[in-house]
Design a protein. Structure first.
Length: 322
């Protein structure tokens, strides 16, 4: 039987500006931030930062997209202005647009207009509308850990209202706050409930499966029609410890259809193929089907998770690019 030729799409492919990174490495906050990243990579990628890593730029990403049979990525700046005391972000929306320009139809802009409260709502809303209407941004990330309030801070209500009005799907960091100096109290999964009760037509993709509160996120996805669970980042851990992933995905599919689970990266680019293949080859063990009631994933389920859901949410054509 021929292997299924899935359409594959990944959000949260972070780029960093090499020039900026070279200018700020003397800040103590930058070194502490890298120390936190090292901890995340040990879990998600199975290695620390001491080895060779692909450069986080578009010309590197495209190589691993081709290797992993990934058709489309949504590419996102890395903000983290707080690691330099507000001096500069690690990359900008402008840098992202320059980077993805040579790869039309393969790379799309996932904007980040934050920190929304810190910079001011008028500026953030202007940039959101401009990038969506004029620069073809398909998504916009809200990263509350570096802002002055949590996901459900009502000062964010005008931004959410504008995203709902425009029809811009928001991707939101949920669960653990992985890096210093950012507080975990700003990204608790349960805060999404307040947002979606106030803005029921707002489409939200919750990143990292809300870990360590994945089951809370799953329950909210069952409750709210427009809330989606993303496996971004955490899927690297699932591939390395498969039963962790079987339980998360198996539980999710008991509460919601496969149309509500999407893929993301947020990993070194050379991890792309292994995490995509994890979903392609996912075979739910019989013991978990019997003892936990998990369903076996069908070809349709895998197609949804691998890319069809993101194509529908963002309005792009789910046609093979490679």
């Amino acid at each position: 039987m021929a292997e299924q030729d899935y359409f594959v799409a990944l959000t949260e492919c972070h780029f960093m500006n090499p020039q900026t990174m070279s200018e700020i490495d003397y800040y103590p906050g930058v070194q502490r931030w890298w120390g936190s990243v090292d901890g995340v990579m040990r879990a998600w990628s199975g290695r620390d930062l001491s080895g060779e890593w692909p450069h986080p730029i578009a010309s590197e990403l495209i190589k691993y997209m081709d290797e992993g049979d990934v058709d489309v990525t949504f590419c996102l700046r890395e903000p983290m202005m707080d690691v330099t005391g507000g001096t500069v972000s690690l990359s900008t929306n402008g840098f992202m647009m320059q980077q993805i320009e040579p790869y039309p139809g393969r790379m799309y802009l996932e904007a980040n207009c934050g920190p929304i409260i810190k910079r001011g709502l008028d500026e953030a809303i202007w940039e959101l509308e401009y990038l969506y209407k004029e620069r073809d941004a398909k998504l916009c990330k809200v990263y509350a850990p570096e802002d002055d309030g949590p996901i459900n801070d009502k000062r964010l209500w005008p931004f959410y209202a504008k995203a709902q009005e425009l029809g811009v799907p928001l991707t939101i960091h949920t669960g653990h706050s992985y890096v210093v100096p950012q507080p975990g109290s700003h990204c608790d999964v349960r805060q999404l409930d307040d947002v979606l009760l106030a803005f029921p037509d707002l489409v939200i993709i919750a990143y990292h499966a809300g870990w360590p509160d994945t089951e809370a996120l799953i329950g909210l996805c069952g409750k709210h029609q427009n809330l989606y669970m993303s496996l971004s980042g955490i899927i690297g851990w699932y591939e390395r410890s498969p039963y962790r992933g079987y339980h998360a995905i198996g539980t999710a599919l008991q509460w919601m259809p496969s149309e509500k689970i999407v893929l993301g990266l947020d990993l070194p680019f050379d991890d792309t193929k292994r995490v995509v293949d994890y979903i392609k080859n996912l075979d739910m063990p019989e013991e978990l089907q019997k003892n936990w009631g998990y369903q076996q994933l069908t070809t349709e389920d895998k197609a949804n998770i691998l890319g069809l859901n993101l194509a529908r949410i963002t309005g792009i054509e789910p046609t093979k690019r490679i």
